[in-house]
Design a protein around this ligand. Structure first.
Ligand SMILES: Nc1ncnc2c1ncn2[C@@H]1O[C@H](COP(=O)(O)OP(=O)(O)O)[C@@H](O)[C@H]1O
Ligand SMILES: [Mg+2]
Length: 338
């Protein structure tokens, strides 16, 4: 009944190593997963050991506090739901689903991986787009399989790019695509309700969620673009000691110049600036403020010209529909129950 998951303290013994990567119905190896999906082969899920930690995540204090409170719900699950009897008011709340939202590159994926590490669990990373199949029943079946894989491995289940499933239905999509999305959404809700473990969703879109998900997900945590003090801390992290650079290249100066960029953007800026510097010779072969300024301009331009617009509506499915009656039986059953 309770999530048997506890914080892994540095001093505590490590839990059993996760089982060898489990793949559901792996079938013959393929170099063409996209082609497999087109022909109806099911998605497979790799169970991975997390390599990132929460200590790596640089966020403002209020974000950190919100994350810690969110994790407390998991650490103290037994106290909250058994000892303090919260299950008497919500008997179905056996698992924990949270949603990380914010612009691209703000650390959502890093955070999900770090949460798995924090809980001493492996993680399964599923890009929601990978689950979509032109066979409507198979999208649902892939969702069912993802939960089954997580259950079997005791893994944190991470749905990246979850906006297409969390978003409210749009009226502009065709009826058939609408139907496909709704079926998948219903199956996702059923699976969430039956799952005893931890699910983390990530989405770039903060608005327009389906109300059923907003309610079923116990915490929505925003990872916003970093403010100036947070940018300075990110810069301090992203300038390795061994990176040759001019003395005026320091975090405070860079923070003021890079407002509007995400942590992920800063990584690209550093690599871009260092790549410019490495081509020079002699004493000039080191990163100058001008290299970083140029890379920051490029990053800002790229965001404006080719980046995603967080205010745009959620992506909608372009899935073609194959009738549910042609879907495998367990999918039909799951869809009917949902
Ligand atoms: N808040 C952050 N703290 C530390 N590193 C970050 C942060 N945000 C982004 N990064 C860096 O940028 C990379 C990409 O971030 P990612 O987690 O993929 O962002 P998102 O999933 O929100 O798009 C990370 O692997 C990390 O190196
Ligand atoms: Mg991500």
């Amino acid at each position: 009944m309770p999530i048997p998951w506890t914080r892994r303290d540095a001093s505590a013994p490590r839990p059993e190593p996760p089982p060898a990567p489990a793949r559901l119905d792996p079938g013959p190896p393929s170099d063409h997963p996209a082609a497999d999906r087109a022909t109806g082969a099911l998605a497979t899920f790799a169970v991975e050991s997390p390599r990132r930690t929460l200590a790596e995540l640089v966020v403002a204090d209020d974000v950190r506090a919100r994350l810690e409170a969110t994790l407390a719900r998991i650490h103290h699950h037994e106290t909250l739901f058994v000892e303090w009897d919260l299950r008497s008011i919500e008997p179905r709340m056996t698992g924990a689903a949270m949603n990380l939202y914010g612009p691209p590159g703000t650390g959502k994926t890093l955070c999900a991986e770090a949460i798995a590490a924090h809980l001493g669990r492996p993680w399964i990373r599923v890009s929601y787009a990978e689950l979509e199949s032109k066979f409507v029943g198979e999208t649902s079946k892939n969702i069912v399989a993802a939960f089954a894989a997580a259950r079997e491995a005791g893994a944190v289940l991470f749905f990246d790019e979850a906006d297409s499933i969390l978003g409210r239905r749009l009226t502009s999509v065709t009826q058939s695509a609408d139907h496909a999305v709704n079926t998948a959404r219903a199956v996702m809700l059923t699976q969430l309700g039956d799952f005893d473990g931890v699910v983390v969703f990530a989405t770039n879109l903060a608005t327009n969620y389906d109300a059923a998900f907003v309610r079923r997900i116990y915490a929505h945590v925003e990872l916003p673009l970093p403010d100036e003090p947070t940018l300075a801390r990110l810069w301090a992290r992203f300038l390795p000691d061994r990176l040759p650079r001019d003395p005026d290249v320091h975090p405070a100066a860079l923070a003021a110049r890079s407002l509007g960029l995400s942590g992920g953007d800063l990584v690209n800026v550093v690599v871009g600036a260092a790549s410019a510097a490495v081509q020079r010779e002699g004493t000039l072969r080191r990163v100058q403020l001008a290299d970083l300024d140029a890379a920051i301009v490029h990053a800002k331009r790229a965001k404006r010209d080719v980046g995603s617009d967080p205010l745009a509506g959620p992506r909608t499915s372009t899935t073609e529909v194959v009738p549910l009656v042609e879907a495998p039986l367990d999918v039909q059953r799951a869809a009917a129950e949902a």
